[in-house]
Design a protein around this ligand. Structure first.
Ligand code: PAF
Length: 280
C-alpha cells in the first residue's frame, strides 16, 4: 500500500531529498472520496512526473454550507486501496492544523473569474480553494499539478492564481470522466438517492443537445428556456446557471464565436451537480 504522510515536516523531508536528486514532482490535489476521474489524474501524473503525491484534505474553507461539509464523504481507507495500482509515491493526508495552524489569517482571492458561475452561488468557495491550493503546492514542492476539467471554473481560477502569485507549477487539466450513462463522475454522486441518480444523466444529455444546436448557429437566448424546461421535466428541482462562456477567460457568450464551454449547475434529489462540455 502507498505510504501515507500526515505531517508537513515529514513530507518536506521526503520532497527535499527528491528535489536534490533532480526529480520532477507531480501533485494531484483531492478531497478524497476518489473515483475514476481522480484515478485518471493520478495516472496522468504518474506518466508526467518522477514522483507523484496525491493529497487528500477536505478543506473546510471552501464549503459555504456547514451541512455540505459534514456530509462530504470521507473514505480514506478505500481511497488508499484505489490508488494502490497507480504507483503513487505518497498520499499526503494533512490534519487541519497542518494546513490552518492556530492564528492562520491569510486568504487568497482571485478577482473576476470567481464572481461568476459557481462563485455567484457559493460565496467564499473559491477563496477557500485558492487559499488551500497554493499551500498544497508549496507543501508538496510540486512542479506540476493535475486537475479535472469537470471543475472547469476551478481549473481556470487555479491557473490564474498560480500565474499571478508566480508559483512555478505547471497546471494541467484532464478531461472529465463519465459514467456509461453520461453522468460526470463526482464525489457528490455518492449522495444521490437512487431515483435521482437514475435521472441525473439528463443534465449532460440536455447540454449535449444544446452544444449541437450552438454549433449549428443557435443562440443561448433561444436555447436556455427549452433546456431548463427539459431539465425540470427530467426531475431536476432547480437550475442555478446554464451558460455559454469563452473557454479561455470565461467571458459570457450568446453564440459560438470562439472556442467555448457550456457550463451548468443544477439540483436534483437534494444534491448540487455541475457539468461542462466543450463547444466548437
Ligand atoms: O477539486 C477539489 O477536490 C478541491 O477543490 C481541491 C482542488 C482539492 C482543493 O481543495
Amino acid at each position: 500500500m502507498t505510504e501515507i504522510i500526515r505531517d508537513k515536516a515529514a513530507l518536506r523531508a521526503r520532497v527535499t531529498a527528491w528535489k536534490r536528486a533532480g526529480e520532477v514532482i507531480g501533485v494531484v490535489p483531492t478531497m478524497g472520496a476518489l473515483h475514476e476521474g481522480h484515478l485518471s489524474l493520478a495516472q496522468a501524473a504518474r506518466a508526467g512526473a518522477d514522483r507523484v503525491i496525491v493529497t487528500i484534505f477536505v478543506n473546510p474553507r471552501q464549503f459555504n454550507n456547514p451541512s455540505d461539509l459534514e456530509n462530504y464523504p470521507r473514505t480514506e481507507h478505500q481511497d488508499a486501496e484505489k490508488l494502490a495500482p497507480f504507483g503513487v509515491d505518497v498520499i499526503y493526508v494533512p490534519g487541519p492544523s497542518e494546513i490552518y495552524p492556530d492564528g492562520f489569517a491569510t486568504s487568497v482571492h482571485v478577482e473576476g473569474l470567481t464572481e461568476i458561475l459557481c462563485g455567484a452561488f457559493r460565496p467564499g468557495h473559491f477563496d477557500g480553494v485558492t487559499t488551500v491550493v497554493p499551500k498544497l503546492f508549496l507543501q508538496t514542492g510540486a512542479d506540476k499539478a493535475w486537475f479535472g476539467e469537470k471543475d472547469y471554473q476551478q481549473l481556470q481560477v487555479v491557473r490564474r492564481m498560480a500565474a499571478d502569485l508566480d508559483i512555478p507549477v505547471e497546471v494541467i487539466g484532464c478531461p472529465t470522466v463519465r459514467e456509461p450513462d453520461g453522468l460526470a463522475l463526482s464525489s457528490r454522486n455518492l449522495l444521490l438517492p437512487a431515483d435521482a441518480r437514475a435521472k441525473a444523466p439528463a443534465l449532460g444529455h440536455v447540454m449535449q443537445g444544446m452544444a449541437e444546436a450552438l454549433a449549428q448557429g443557435g443562440t443561448m437566448a433561444e436555447l436556455v428556456a427549452p433546456a431548463e424546461a427539459a431539465l425540470a421535466g427530467a426531475g431536476f428541482d432547480k437550475v442555478e446557471y446554464l451558460e455559454l462562456r469563452a473557454a479561455d477567460g470565461l467571458a459570457l457568450l450568446d453564440r459560438l464565436d470562439r472556442p467555448a464551454r457550456l457550463l451548468a449547475a443544477a439540483w436534483i434529489g437534494g444534491v448540487r451537480l455541475i457539468d461542462n462540455i466543450a463547444v466548437g
